[in-house]
Design a protein around this ligand. Structure first.
Ligand code: SF4
Length: 402
């Protein structure tokens, strides 16, 4: 099984914390669609032997496309790829775009899952995040969305300036009242070069407090789990059977092709695992979408090991030490050397070990999941005897795709 990701690089304006790639010139949408079609056709052979089971429209703001434009992309996908009969098609939407007419069109185009960028139901917090929509647009939009979709998710952010633990509790409770099938809750991070980073550097905004964000993170787990949402990945919660299949496939290391400026891909070629990324430039993309790739790497065994550790520890199912030992010839000695570290994590209440040698993070552990994963990473020096000559790379936390 495999996935397709479409990056729709248009927004009406910039939210102060955002570092995703987008432009605000929506007059370029038609030219973007023509380039996107050329990229789909030009790269389809990479998935000749794959069956596509999930499609994701992310951005940017994909709900700035009309239902007809989404349909146009999906009809090309249908002609170009082999599709699973049980296809999940997700569209990210902003609350201000959820009119009945738009929802009907998206549903008729084939979208089966809507992911709404709510961020908060608090007007003050929405302004601190410089979001364009209001809390009532989110409430009304999600209620309307449920008339057209049986799978609606919403995204929330915590840790905005001035936000207290009880403000965050109210956001979570309002979200639960609306009964979405899926909730993503992200801590606000200050990405370099964003307007928020510049405001903080000039002393006009306060950076988020790590301690408060940790409390908020733990509060989200407690409140959402008590309301029947399964905490299945660090930032993601779902009602039973409503996990995001597309995002789960990133964490499973299932192959996917990403189309559009800044989109990443992961696939196998001649037995190698490859990651690529398109340039963050709509201009280059419009000139020649098939020449806009500016990153490509072949993953070494070390890279694959480190990715598996990071992605597994961030998930509810945890990290199977048996699987690591079976898949990597250097794993046994590396894990033996790590035994005291694992014991320390257990003593600190960050990790629990199951009978079948699987390591699972506790709620407290999930709050520092990436640092725990780093302690497990294997370095080039530690595996000289099995080194394949590829330089070790630094794993980034996320690839810009949801
Ligand atoms: S957060 Fe979403 S809507 Fe805001 S600028 Fe970024 S991509 Fe656009």
């Amino acid at each position: 099984m495999a996935g397709l990701y479409f990056h729709v690089p248009f927004c009406r304006r910039r939210c102060c914390y955002c570092d995703f790639y987008f432009v605000t010139n929506d007059a370029l949408i038609e030219r973007f669609l023509v380039a996107l079609e050329a990229e789909v056709v030009g790269r389809a052979s990479l998935f000749e032997s794959e069956i596509v089971s999930t499609i994701y429209f992310g951005g940017g703001t994909p709900s700035m496309l009309s239902g007809k434009q989404i349909e146009r992309i999906l009809s090309l996908v249908e002609k170009t790829f082999r599709l699973d009969s049980d296809l999940e098609i997700t569209l990210e939407a902003n609350p201000e775009d959820l009119s009945d007419e738009a929802l009907r069109e998206f549903s008729q185009a084939g979208v089966s899952r809507l992911s709404v960028g709510v961020q908060s139901f608090d007007e003050r917090k929405l302004r601190a995040l410089s979001r364009e929509h209001s809390a009532s647009q989110s409430r009304d939009g999600i209620e309307r969305a449920h008339r057209w979709f049986r799978n609606v998710g919403l995204d929330l952010i915590f840790g905005a300036e001035g936000e207290t633990l009880s403000d965050w509790r109210r956001d979570l409770e309002t979200a639960i009242e609306l009964s979405p099938e899926h909730v993503s809750a992200y801590s606000l991070t200050v990405e370099p070069l964003t307007p928020l980073a510049k405001l903080i550097a000039r002393g006009k905004r306060q950076p988020p407090s790590d301690a408060l964000q940790t409390e908020m993170f733990l509060q989200a787990i407690e409140i959402l789990e008590a309301s029947g949402y399964e905490h299945y990945e660090v930032s993601n919660y779902a009602k039973p059977n409503f996990r995001s299949r597309h995002n789960s496939s990133y964490w499973d290391r299932t192959p996917y092709l990403g189309f559009g400026p800044s989109a990443h891909s992961f696939f196998c070629e001649n037995g190698d695992e490859i990651r690529t990324a398109n340039a963050r430039s709509l201009r280059r993309y419009l000139e020649n979408p098939l020449a806009s790739q500016d990153f490509r790497e072949t993953l070494s065994d070390l890279d694959q090991f480190n990715e598996l550790v990071l992605l597994s520890l961030r998930r509810r199912e945890g990290l199977s030490l048996k699987q690591l030992r079976k898949s990597f010839n250097f794993a046994a000695s590396h894990l033996n050397a790590l035994a005291p570290t694992i014991l320390n994590f257990q003593r600190d209440g960050l990790i629990a070990t199951t009978d079948d040698a699987t390591l699972k993070l506790t709620p407290k552990g999930f709050a520092v999941a990436d640092s725990i994963a780093e302690a497990f990473f294997v370095s080039k020096r530690a595996t000289l005897e099995s080194d394949d000559g590829n330089p070790q790379r630094t794993l980034s936390k996320a690839n810009g795709q949801p």
